[in-house]
Design a protein around this ligand. Structure first.
Ligand code: FAD
Length: 437
């Protein structure tokens, strides 16, 4: 089939890879001038979701409002949202241990498939994208550490390797953590990894181009017609990619194919609305600081996570990437951008995590500050599969684990579109399908 993939974030690029590998002709349309510049750029780096993640683990929210949401300002915005948003109520309803187990069990085959597919690509092309093993979750207070007992049980149930460390052992595992103020302990996941998501995407793009996948960069999809599998592009002056002449009509600026896949992250919402596909999606805004390592001797070896505040601190080459600071904006705020005060407060919280856990390691004043949106479904699972339109497919809403799941979700979608038997079970496929809503 001729397939148009809209969006070249990590979901789009891996979808293009899996579709091409399955024998399809693929054209990727991306509004930015290069790949992985939106949510995929802001990623925290952690590759595989573990049963320990807040997302899946019970008892990791430290108050009736999850503490990782941040401070007062965030809560105020959320409570305003709550008044009339059943989505928010469904999303923040704390799952019990059994529900968490079920949710994780549903996702496990996708996590495994993602790991296998990523490993295949990594090995086959000998990609180096700043992979690093070992993730350390840190807890400042004994009361926090106490409350993670169910999550540790969860790790045991899934035979996921971990070590519960006391403060002394944390300092030994990661000497960059200062001894003052004292910490209560940590959970070390030796086999879990972090890696640079946009770097991976940028390495995969030329491989795909060489194999014949078309990339239309700097072109925004204005409209889609799911019945005809046609996309119309925003006009662009002085530009026409002649390599696409067999697909594109230069007058109408439209492209027709056999099928369309939407992998446009936050940009999926208007496209879905045009197609009349109703999915209960919500945008969350996150913040990232990328700052140069100022002191090599004090730089961390491991990727560290402040689990209570849900802030990841990952070293990539000579930079520290600090990601977190979740805000749930109202639609008007999304359109207009977060107000300066709230953005600043949130970025300060992200910066505070570095002052707290890795003082002096980076020079934050010389860092670059970034915010971006990620798309979430109310049950926290991605949405992958066919829509009600036979020619329109989606691969989106991977929430906090889009980098981790990208290769698996792309493989699932490519198998479905090719009519192949999926490598993952029917229950998981149903849990990912747009039809579940
Ligand atoms: C701060 C932060 C930290 C994170 N940390 C982690 C982590 O540690 N581990 C993990 O696994 N995940 C993490 N995530 C989540 C992960 O980054 C996302 O789930 C993932 O990047 C989503 O990828 P995507 O391709 O769906 O979306 P995006 O990367 O947003 O890509 C969508 C693309 O579609 C394009 N587009 C949109 N509309 C149009 C249009 N109309 N026409 C053409 N192009 C269009 C956009 O320009 C964009 O390039 C994090 C996210 C954030 C924001």
């Amino acid at each position: 089939m001729d397939i148009i993939v809209i969006g070249a974030g990590i979901a789009g690029i891996t979808t293009a890879y899996c579709l091409h590998t399955a024998g399809h002709r693929v054209c990727v349309i991306e509004q930015q001038t290069t790949v992985a510049q939106k949510a995929s750029f802001g990623h925290g780096g952690v590759i595989l979701p573990t049963p320990f993640d807040t997302w899946f683990g019970p008892e990791l929210s430290f108050s009736s409002w999850p503490a990782w949401l941040g401070g007062e300002s965030t809560r105020i915005r959320l409570s305003q949202n709550l008044k009339n948003c059943s989505w928010t109520r469904r999303f923040f309803k704390k799952p019990n241990a059994e529900q968490c187990l079920t949710r994780y069990a549903r996702l496990k085959p996708l996590i495994d498939l993602a790991a296998i597919t990523l490993a295949e690509i990594e090995t086959h092309y000998a990609f180096e994208f700043e992979q690093r093993s070992g993730i350390l979750h840190l807890f400042r207070h004994a009361s926090e550490l106490k409350r993670i007992a169910p999550a540790l049980l969860f790790l045991q149930q899934h035979e996921h390797p971990y070590q519960l460390l006391n403060a002394e052992e944390c300092y030994r595992a990661e000497p960059s953590i200062p001894m003052h103020p004292p910490l209560a302990g940590g959970v070390f996941l030796p086999d879990d990894r972090s890696a640079n998501c946009p770097l991976f995407a940028k390495q995969l793009k030329p491989v795909l181009e060489e194999a014949g996948v078309r990339f239309l960069l700097g072109r925004q999809v204005a409209r889609i017609d799911p019945m005809l599998a046609r996309v119309e592009l925003e006009p662009q002056q002085n530009h026409f990619d002649s390599t696409l002449s067999h697909l594109a009509n230069p007058t109408l600026e439209s492209i027709i194919a056999d099928a369309i896949v939407i992998t446009a992250g936050a940009g999926s919402l208007p496209l879905l609305a045009q197609a009349g596909v109703r999915l209960p999606l919500q945008l969350m805004q996150l913040h990232t600081i990328i700052a140069p390592i100022a002191s090599e001797e004090r730089a961390p070896r491991l990727t560290m996570i402040d689990t209570v505040r849900q802030i990841t601190m990952a070293r990539f080459n000579n930079r520290l990437r600090i990601a977190g600071g979740l805000v749930s904006p109202r639609l008007t705020q999304i359109q207009a951008g977060l107000d300066h005060k709230l953005r600043q407060q949130t970025l300060n919280k992200v910066a505070h995590a570095v002052h707290d856990w890795l003082p002096g390691v980076t020079k934050l004043s010389t860092g670059s500050y970034w915010d971006g949106k990620r798309l979430l479904s109310p049950d926290g699972l991605p949405i992958v599969g066919a829509t009600a339109h036979p020619r329109l497919w989606v691969n989106l809403a991977h929430g906090p684990v889009g980098w981790a799941l990208a290769c698996g979700a792309a493989k699932v979608l490519a198998d479905q579109m090719t009519g192949r038997v999926s490598e993952i079970d029917e229950d998981t496929l149903r849990s990912l399908s747009p039809a579940r809503f």
